[in-house]
Design a binder for this molecule. Structure first.
Ligand code: PLP
Length: 287
């Protein structure tokens, strides 16, 4: 089956899908995106993802490319047309196509929208979660507005590639104070020796992860000991557990940070339990 993408009002073969060379996303990374998990034929936490999309668009003064209800419809359609039962659906909105100029284009220029979906194997994700991943620290070098889910991800690519070349799956950004901000494409968490779950507050220094929000609901529901505060790389090295969260990997245990083994070197019980329970605390929309 050939894949289908949605591009500016049309469903097209993925292999033929294209945007204009003067799209501002291509020229300036002038756009935003969302990635939603598809789980058991359902889109996970779509309302929260669309709220965040609206916020990102508004922070950059980009209009919605169509009504929110129409975006929801297209997300569902693309998942359905690609027969994705488990995987992701991706939406990207840019400021549109216009002669290359740093100034914003005239108001008559419509935003561009692209939606794609692809399958992934829950079994492969689960197998990784049963082993855990390694992460490598990396100096925070991004702009201060990482709360906007912008498509300008070159620093994230460089950080993650550097981790990959050392045998890791993720990079953890560390700010000038020695505190972990977040991962290259995930939020960062630890469980202290005392059993307290810790993650950094969602100010401008991190992306307000939708999975992070779901985990926080779960933490409240389960009554787990929790502190929302900055934690240092040194504290993470000594933690009982560490893990990362994202729509692409739910809660993924971290068993090594740099050359340090975390806890007993195996996925921790808190991360494992949160991963198991995650979808019981989410909004699930059948496609
Ligand atoms: N932080 C960054 C930098 C990300 O790119 C992502 C996801 O892409 C996340 C955190 C996790 O966000 P979410 O849970 O919404 O996927």
């Amino acid at each position: 089956m050939s894949r289908i993408a949605y591009v500016n009002g049309q469903y097209v073969r993925h292999a033929d899908a294209a945007v204009h060379i003067e799209d501002r996303g291509y020229q300036f990374a002038d756009g935003v995106y969302e990635v939603c998990e598809v789980w058991n034929n359902q889109i996970v936490d779509m309302p929260r993802h669309l709220d965040r999309l609206g916020r990102s668009l508004s922070e950059l003064s980009i209009d919605w490319p169509m009504s929110r209800a129409a975006v929801e419809f297209v997300l569902r359609q693309v998942v359905r047309r690609n027969k994705v039962h488990n995987g992701i659906v991706y939406i990207q909105v840019t400021r549109g196509v216009s002669r290359r100029d740093h100034f914003f284009p005239p108001e008559t220029v419509a935003p561009s929208i692209v939606v794609t979906a692809r399958s992934s194997s829950p079994a492969a994700g689960q197998a990784l979660a049963e082993t855990g991943i390694s992460v490598f620290s990396y100096p925070e070098n991004r702009w201060p507005r990482v709360d906007i889910k912008s498509i300008a991800l070159l620093p994230n690519c460089l950080a993650k590639q550097s981790a990959k070349e050392k045998g890791g799956k993720e990079a953890w950004y560390v700010d000038a104070d020695g505190n972990v901000t977040e991962g290259g494409s995930t939020n960062a968490w630890i469980v202290t020796k005392e059993g307290v779950l810790v993650t950094r507050p969602a100010e401008n220094g991190i992306l307000r992860g939708i999975t992070r929000a779901g985990i926080l609901d779960l933490v409240a529901r389960e009554g787990l000991a929790f502190e929302e505060r900055a934690f240092s790389l040194e504290e993470a090295y000594d933690a009982r557990e560490a893990f990362v969260t994202a729509a692409t990997n739910i809660a993924m245990p971290v068993v090594r940070i740099d050359e340090r083994v975390i806890g007993n070197g195996h996925p921790g019980s808190v991360a494992t339990r949160l991963r198991e329970l995650f979808h019981t605390a989410t909004d699930l929309k059948v496609v």
